[in-house]
Design a protein around this ligand. Sequence first.
Ligand code: SAM
Length: 223
Amino acid sequence: MTSVKPPPDRLYGRITGKKLRPRQEWLLEHFLPRLSWPQIPFAPTVTETWLEVGFGGGEHAAALAQANPQAGLIAAEVFEPGICSLLSRLAPEGADPIPPPNLRIFTDDARPLLRAMQDKSLSKLFLMFPDPWPKSRHAKRRFVHPALIADIARILAPGGEWRIASDDPTYQAWTDDVIAGQSSLHLAVRTKIRPASWPPTRYEAKALLADRQPIYWSLRAPD
Ligand SMILES: C[S@@+](CC[C@H](N)C(=O)[O-])C[C@H]1O[C@@H](n2cnc3c(N)ncnc32)[C@H](O)[C@@H]1O
């Protein structure tokens, strides 16, 4: 694939949903600032950095952070109800919530964040069921994009991993093409069965219910 102009950092999906309930407003106003990235750093126990782009309801991010205390996960999402959903998962009702030491929330477009990261600084990148933008005239809106590969290859640590999942046939074919057209990352896994260490996501459950077959890719940076 020849070099392509990067698409503009513009968000096309929805950012707000229905009117927020009082608890959601409370979580955004009082709990979010206590775990916002980059204002609040990880605890010193964290030894590597991970990034999830578009965490949706946050079930995948919460499960990853809980199972991997050594990893500091920056969970990025722009859709307000999704952000509230992760916050409420982390904040049991009736108690003063304690931010997890290794999970931070970034509430803006993940692409500029990713580009601003230092070389070889990210151990894992997660892109689970990204918005598919199936019409070809919307292809430049897709997160998997030839123009972003160089940035991802630059920021991944040696042996670092980029996980992608999609249930959309157009996005699947597009992802296969983008992977085949680059040589900076090595395709380690391409499977129709979710690998055991990958937590499930809400979109995956919807896809399986609707009989749409997901594909899971794992790309690796050179050692
Ligand atoms: C189809 S949903 C998938 C959610 C979740 N990963 C799952 O599997 O259930 C894609 C999510 O990505 C978010 N998103 C899209 N572009 C983004 C970007 N540039 N930065 C951060 N989040 C983004 C959207 O708001 C949306 O919630």
